[in-house]
Design a protein around this ligand. Structure first.
Ligand code: DQA
Length: 148
């Protein structure tokens, strides 16, 4: 089974971007950890990053055709992109929304996610563990769906 991991805008800068908020791991290091966990779980993890909303929509559509599940950090789009929300709802795959930082303990605008209502769930504030727990959760749901 393929699992897509989608990273939204500015996450290409991880490592140097506001390290007090987002930590010092680079995107490449996060992706490596996800691929390694994917191997353990018996799934093929493919990671993508884009700064463009349209590209993330196209990747969600592609996941709908090719993958069994998605781990999604929509970054700032989390808080206002109805187009990404509709894409998540449209593909009908288990999608877990993840955030490195605790979006509920920051600025007011970050507390609202337009994605969570159509996601299987949201994991926030645990750094790399947000992604790793998200991958475990989404793979469990995808295998459940496969078996049913
Ligand atoms: C983020 C949280 C968002 O509010 C922010 O815009 C990001 C990263 C996180 O992973 O903590 O770019 O999604």
């Amino acid at each position: 089974m393929l699992v897509y991991v989608l990273h939204g805008p500015n996450l290409n800068l991880l490592g140097s971007r506001e390290p007090d908020v987002y930590g010092r791991l680079t995107l490449e290091e996060i992706n490596r950890a996800l691929v390694a966990l994917g191997d353990e779980l018996g799934v093929d993890v493919r990671c993508f990053q884009s700064n463009a909303e349209a590209e993330l929509i196209d990747l969600l559509h592609e996941a709908g055709r090719k993958a069994g599940a998605v781990v999604f950090n929509p970054a700032a789009f989390t808080h206002y992109s109805y187009a990404l929300r509709d894409a998540v709802a449209a593909v009908g795959l288990p999608v877990v929304e993840v955030h490195l930082s605790n979006v509920h303990a920051r600025e007011e605008f970050r507390r609202n996610s337009v994605i969570t209502p159509v996601a299987a769930g949201q994991i926030s504030g645990l750094g790399l563990d947000s992604y790793l727990l998200g991958l475990r959760a989404v793979v469990a749901r995808a295998f459940e769906r496969e078996g049913s």
